[in-house]
Design a binder for this molecule. Structure first.
Ligand code: FES
Length: 517
């Protein structure tokens, strides 16, 4: 998205090349836009380092190095370092939730989210104001609260994610019926969360953005939402508009590559690059098949580059991961058991099993033991991760969806948090974050129906007085859809994360002093 004002232009997250082992492509195809012209901008905003937002090859080739980068306040300098590598030299470092006055009356504010589960070590939203017109590019960030933006005056355009951007539940080795049921729940949760955000901000216009991606490799083609599968988590913009209308929403506008929306305080005029937007989406499969044909050589070339038979996988994993296991307290404890990787050889048959043993703090061959998590993927992908020194397997392997997974028990966020922190800097940050988070006492309660529960969600501190829903003795936090059993406080979604809860009429428990050694 490019924002043009008389006081300057801002290019946001220009993504064109496939991401995550050539699995995600932008939808619709935006490669035909005049990027030479679009890249001549005053400011660049890259919300975070996920590869469908940070497209290094595209930034290097097309975006003016004269542009000033509007930098979110992140705990590590990775985003700035990567942009410097690409040739950007001018940076405007922002502070989270503080308005920055740029030249000519252009005002911006970036809210940076910094938990280890936000993007790869951070995700952000950009607020822009010019001449009394305000826009929030919330993107795929999940703030617990939009009030900081609402307080700056009526927002005229709210751009936010509504579709899926994860591997769940598709990659899990489950019966198809269970997968469909989980996918359906997830799809509904995504809509509910989006509606909640829209309702919080009450902007004049809503733009569903930041997804869905499309999958052009035939191996992943089934993830495109074209077969009427109600368990598909990647609904498109037009489907969202229809769903939104069902809850009374009539202010949604669709942006396609090439759409121009002229925004003022009381109107939004939209010029679309196609004669009929609904018809474009009705013929989505045709668009995707033609796009697939154009991208076939790109996918083939990518696949040919992953194999590195010279890499000794077990040895390399030992060298990279064991020192991190040694240092890890919270994440290792959170994972709590061995994690197994089954690597399928080039012949598609031979399988080599390797275990990352979190309690034992070692990487070794699988010894016929019980494991909590098992991943199955191609050996070539892991060779490529090791060959390139990838420190974030979420931002590469897992988001690629080129794996399958099985687990015993609940989802364990620590597994993925660990594999996105395969560097000293990231691991230290994540460990510190969990430590602080764990220690932070949050004494305030809120009443939800007949229950008193702690006001802040045990997951990532959403305000449960706004995001919490109580039904059949269970609490659901709508921010990420996690659930708790209210009677016991037990988290039903993930290990740990106990909730403080009691019936509203019951007396408050005696205060307990927690001693830690
Ligand atoms: S903050 Fe994530 S589920 Fe509540």
């Amino acid at each position: 998205m490019r924002i043009d004002t008389a006081a300057g232009s801002i290019l946001c997250d220009p993504w064109v090349n496939p991401a995550y082992f050539a699995s995600w492509f932008p939808f619709p195809d935006n490669s035909q836009l005049d990027w030479e012209a679009l890249g001549q901008v005053d400011y660049l905003y890259v919300s975070h380092l996920h590869r469908d937002h940070f497209d290094a090859a595209h930034l290097r080739r097309f975006i003016s190095k004269q542009a000033t980068v509007l930098l979110p306040e992140y705990p590590t300098s990775e985003l700035e370092d990567e942009l410097r590598e690409l040739g950007f030299t001018s940076f405007r470092k922002t502070r989270t939730n503080e308005v920055v006055e740029l030249d000519g009356g252009l005002r911006v504010m970036i809210q940076a989210l910094t938990s280890p589960t936000d993007g790869p070590i951070g995700d952000s939203s950009l607020w822009v104001e010019y001449d009394g017109v305000r826009l929030l590019n919330q993107n795929d960030a999940r703030p617990t609260d939009l009030s900081v933006f609402a307080e700056l005056g009526r927002v005229h355009a709210h751009l936010l994610q509504f579709s899926g951007a994860i591997w769940y539940p598709m990659v899990y080795e489950l019966p198809q019926a269970a997968k469909t049921a989980f996918g359906k729940q997830k799809r509904e949760r995504q809509y509910d969360r989006t509606f909640r955000y829209i309702d919080d901000l009450k902007a004049s216009w809503v733009f569903p953005i930041a997804g869905p991606p499309c999958f052009l490799d035939e191996e992943l083609w089934q993830f495109n939402d074209i077969a009427g599968d109600e368990g598909n988590i990647f609904p498109d913009q037009q489907v969202f508009v229809t769903e939104y209308a069902k809850v009374g929403g009539s202010n949604a506008l669709v942006l396609l590559p090439g759409t121009v929306a002229e925004l003022s305080a009381d109107a939004c005029d939209v010029r679309q690059p196609v004669a009929d937007v609904a018809d474009f989406f009705a013929r989505k499969e045709e668009h995707l098949r033609a796009y697939q044909e154009r991208q076939r050589p790109v996918i083939e070339a990518a696949k040919a580059s992953w194999r590195h038979p010279e890499v000794d996988v077990v040895k390399e994993l030992k060298t990279r991961i064991e020192p991190l296991l040694e240092e890890s307290t919270y994440l290792a404890k959170g994972v709590g058991g061995p994690v197994r990787f089954d690597l399928v050889g080039y012949d598609g048959e031979t399988v080599e099993s390797i275990v990352v043993d979190f309690p034992g703090k070692e990487v070794r061959r699988y010894a016929d033991e019980k494991v909590r998590y098992r991943f199955r993927t191609e050996r070539a992908l892991v060779e490529q991760l090791l060959h390139s020194g990838e420190i974030d397997w979420v931002n590469s392997l897992f988001l690629s969806c080129r794996f399958s997974a099985a687990r015993i028990g609940q989802y364990n966020e620590f597994v993925y948090a660990f594999f996105k922190c395969l560097s000293e800097e990231r691991l230290q940050y994540a460990e510190g974050w969990y430590d602080e988070h764990e220690r932070a006492t949050d004494a305030e309660d809120t009443r939800l129906g007949d229950w008193l529960v702690q006001r802040r969600c045990p997951h990532l501190k959403a305000d449960l007085s706004r995001f919490g829903i109580v039904e059949d003795g269970q609490l659901t936090c709508q921010l990420h859809g996690w659930k708790w059993d209210l009677a016991s406080g037990r988290c039903l979604t993930s290990a740990g994360h106990k909730l403080r809860s009691r019936p509203a009429e019951a007396p408050a428990p005696e205060p307990v002093t927690k001693l830690t050694s």
